[in-house]
Design a binder for this molecule. Structure first.
Ligand SMILES: [Zn+2]
Ligand SMILES: [Zn+2]
Length: 387
């Protein structure tokens, strides 16, 4: 596949640095979506705004093919004070593109520019620009706004950079690529009182301690060691007692990750059963809350094959790993993959000083050296899937 023109690459570097300079968070990405919409329109692409608040979709048709695919980038930044000193560092105090969504948006804009000019495919491409990935709400907001009904597509694809992988390398796997993320809060109510006379009440601290230990059996005794990988971490234990007063209430909070929705349902059910059983034995009350923020990111087999094929053609065979280990980080593109077949993949951001800094770190920067790799992957995917 041919390289992108130096002029387009220069534009992309400028767009990326502009977005980096003016990061916006959550659904409040008005300037960012204005900027992207203006670029897409300048390429002659029809733009539909306000799909899930600030989300937008660019529509590009060529030929008379009935096939359609969606390519998705995220637009939002993080509430982090940037520590970099380069010229394109954040001008928005306390906000920063520390996850590379500036780069994701730019790679997709670059692909849109090239495809709008070449129009050498047959069908419809939807360029999806999503707000609020970091809080896990943006993808679902776009779906709720009718994304897949208003823009009917056969499959949807996503791409995220990853520091620590060689620049421009492509990493993916069929099935579960990334974990779910859920939080839990368990409130145990007892009868507090004098520390010298515990037999007169119900000590929720002792009950809570048993609950923390009991939760350890969910992964080790209720889930398959081979098929149901999961992590449950109790991370906070809060009481209202003091040195000589037995508390009346204990709150246990924590976090949980796993790789399939079936495992997720089982974990929630088993956790509550453990809490209920221990509390009942002790005569304590409880409230159990389990909040799922991100579903597991599960790639469909055929679309993963399509992604791998496009990546091999665009980036070279030796740059593609099609059977990586799953990652315990999470991604709200998972919500789109619950509704549509598709594939989420990772693009190496580099291992050196440029590109090697971890995501969500105040010294992170997207590596402009991989802009072309990402755009070429998108272009190749469209050309192969919409023939
Ligand atoms: Zn992030
Ligand atoms: Zn991200």
């Amino acid at each position: 596949m041919s390289r992108l023109s130096p002029a387009l690459l220069a534009d992309m570097t400028e767009w990326r640095r502009h977005l980096h300079r003016f990061p916006e968070c959550g659904f409040d990405v008005e300037q960012t979506s204005d900027f992207i919409a203006a670029r897409l329109e300048s390429f002659g692409i029809e733009v539909v705004r306000n799909i899930g608040h600030t989300g937008l979709v660019g529509v590009l048709r060529a030929g008379d093919g009935a096939g359609a695919i969606g390519l998705r980038a995220d637009m939002d930044a993080l509430h982090i004070h940037e520590k970099n000193s380069f010229a394109h560092r954040s001008q928005h105090e306390g906000r920063m593109h520390a996850c590379g969504h500036d780069g994701h948006s730019t790679m997709l804009m670059g692909a849109a520019a090239e495809l709008a000019q070449s129009r050498d495919f047959n069908g419809t491409v939807y360029f999806i620009f999503q707000p609020d990935e970091e809080h896990g709400k943006g993808a679902q907001a776009m779906i709720d706004a009718g994304l897949f009904e208003r823009f009917p597509m056969d499959a949807v694809y996503g791409l995220h950079n990853l520091p620590g992988l060689p620049a421009g390398s492509f990493t993916v796997r069929p099935g579960s690529l990334m974990a779910s993320e859920s939080s839990f809060e368990i409130v145990i109510g007892g009868t507090g009182g004098h520390a010298a006379m515990p037999h007169t009440g119900v000590d929720p601290l002792v009950v809570g301690a048993q609950v923390v230990v009991g939760l350890q059996t969910v992964v080790s005794r209720s889930l398959s060691a081979i098929h149901e990988t999961a992590v449950i971490s109790a991370t906070e234990f809060i009481t209202n007692g003091t040195v000589n007063v037995i508390p009346s209430e204990v709150t246990i909070k924590g976090d949980c990750r796993c790789f399939t929705e079936a495992t997720l349902a089982k974990i929630e059910q088993r956790m509550e059963a453990v809490v209920a059983g221990i509390c009942q034995a002790a005569g304590a009350r409880y409230r159990f809350e389990f909040i799922n923020t991100f579903y597991p990111t599960v790639n469909s087999a055929a679309e993963t094959q399509h992604a791998v094929s496009a990546a091999r053609a665009a980036l070279g065979n030796d740059m593609v790993n099609d059977s990586c280990d799953p990652f315990t980080i999470s991604e709200d593109f998972s919500s789109m993959l619950r509704v549509k077949p598709g594939c989420y993949a990772l693009l190496g951001n580099g291992t050196e000083s440029v590109g090697g800094c971890a995501l969500h770190n105040p010294n992170y920067d997207f590596n402009d050296g991989i802009l072309e790799s990402g755009a070429r992957y998108w272009i190749q995917l469209v050309r192969e899937q919409l023939r």
